[in-house]
Design a protein around this ligand. Structure first.
Ligand SMILES: C[S@@+](CC[C@H](N)C(=O)[O-])C[C@H]1O[C@@H](n2cnc3c(N)ncnc32)[C@H](O)[C@@H]1O
Length: 285
């Protein structure tokens, strides 16, 4: 029997690592893949110029791991989605982040593989960085697909009660005790506790990850994240009493994730003070 490397960050390539895992062994997958948007010129905001309400360091995401040809990106999406589909339990599900740069490819690939899309969620970022050139609308959302493995039976877990009556007081669109809708108003600000050990250029806020985990898994379930980065998904899993497996090919990000996890207490609730620490992710000018 193959032992899963629980509560570990694996420093490796995710498709190769998932191939070592047996069929139907994971309860929940949160995938924050390369968006394939690191193209064109680099750009960095001059911090000496004050922009009201926009503290911190802003720069366009420009990473080697985020730059594929269209053909290579499509092939890579097929590879990692096929593996996630295979290792997901029938009772499990998967959340995938993206923007218009990549989410269309992921949506089509899910349909080709017969991975069922349960919902498309719009993550509305009310603190999005303005479009300085005034050449297009201000990009202020990301798209998230919530999917199950596919097949005739819909066995995936959904905590309907939590979705309706959990505490979402930070979300200006969620009406207490009414059904949760597919537009989530969650600021991209990170609490100090999320940034104190170092930063990742596309780090996701713990708050949105905890929401996904609580909506679609139970305590003690196994949460896998194939593109772990700074380990936010694993931190959120530990905070909510789930087991985690993170895969990340960059050694320095693995170290950052491990440091964050050492300092994360199980079932921790506090996110620290939400400050004005915002960084990265500024999109086309
Ligand atoms: C969008 S970031 C994830 C950020 C993460 N959600 C966080 O909050 O820190 C994607 C990460 O996947 C890693 N990565 C890219 N391709 C990979 C692959 N094939 N296998 C494993 N990791 C990969 C990159 O190094 C990067 O850190």
């Amino acid at each position: 029997m193959i032992e899963l490397p629980l509560n570990t960050i694996i420093n490796s390539e995710c498709v190769a690592e998932m191939k070592k895992m047996p069929d139907s062994c994971i309860d929940l997958i949160i995938a924050d893949p390369p968006y394939n948007l690191s193209k064109g010129g680099a750009w960095k905001w001059d911090n000496s110029v004050e922009l009201k309400g926009m503290g911190g360091n802003w720069n366009k995401v420009m990473q080697e791991w985020d730059d594929y040809s269209f053909k290579a990106y499509t092939a890579f999406t097929n590879e990692w989605l096929s593996e996630t589909q295979r290792i997901l339990k029938p009772t499990g599900s998967m959340w995938i982040f993206g923007t218009y740069h990549n989410i269309g490819i992921i949506n089509v690939m899910c349909q080709l593989l017969e991975i069922e899309i349960i919902n498309e969620v719009i993550w509305y970022k009310r603190n999005a960085f303005p479009n300085l050139a005034g050449r297009r609308l201000t990009a202020s959302h990301e798209t998230i697909l919530w999917c199950n493995k596919g097949g005739k039976k819909r066995e995936y877990f959904f905590d309907y009660e939590y979705s309706k009556s959990g505490d979402f007081s930070y979300d200006g669109l969620k009406v207490p005790d009414k059904q949760m809708r597919t537009v989530w108003d969650i600021s991209n600000n990170k609490g100090k506790i999320e940034l104190v050990y170092g930063k990742h250029p596309t780090q996701k806020p713990i708050r949105i990850l905890k929401r996904m985990i609580k909506l679609s898994s139970k305590e003690e379930d196994i949460v896998l994240t194939p593109f772990a980065g700074s380990g936010s998904e694993c931190v959120a899993a530990k905070m909510t009493g789930r087991k985690y497996i993170g895969i990340e090919m960059d050694e320095s990000y693995c170290k950052l994730a491990e440091t964050r996890l050492i300092h994360t207490k199980e079932n921790e609730d506090s996110l620290g003070k939400l400050g004005l620490n915002m960084s990265g992710g500024a999109s086309a000018l």
